[in-house]
Design a protein around this ligand. Sequence first.
Ligand SMILES: [Zn+2]
Length: 178
Amino acid sequence: MTKLNCSVLAFVLCLVTLVGTAQAREQKSRYVTLAYSDRNVLREFNDNLRLNRSLSYSMRKKNVVTSADEVLAKADIIIEKVQVVLDMFPNKYHIRLVIVPDSSDVARIYKRKYGKRVNHIAYYSLSEKTIYVSADDVSLRVLAHEVGHSVVDFYFKVRPPYNIHELMAQFAEKHVTD
Ligand SMILES: [Zn+2]
């Protein structure tokens, strides 16, 4: 290989690395690190996650260019609302939001981690501080419920009993639209 070819190759490799890095880059907002399998899944999630009127009002202050920006902005608004509803404002709250195509993907991830078969459309992993959610099934209430679990998780130093955890998540789900 000539010296010229070699440097061209190095340049191409460098470009490939840069592009690869850009795609793998995690997108973050104040409260959320976002992960998704592809753009179509992200778009479907964004379409299904419709805010109500009063929450939409908060979107006007956000600087939104891409679908990812919009999803992150909506997630932050929902998180702030759930914190108000629960009257819990934990320090250092930050979660991962993993968007998968449908409920079979949620079930697959759950089975791999816990060895149990479930038909959840979403769940919050306490150990990973991560919400897994199906783009197909998401709605404001679905996401508010899982955010409720995460806020409760970050707020309490001693984890409340499971039924109380669930009650508070249901409360967040019910009142996010108030
Ligand atoms: Zn729950």
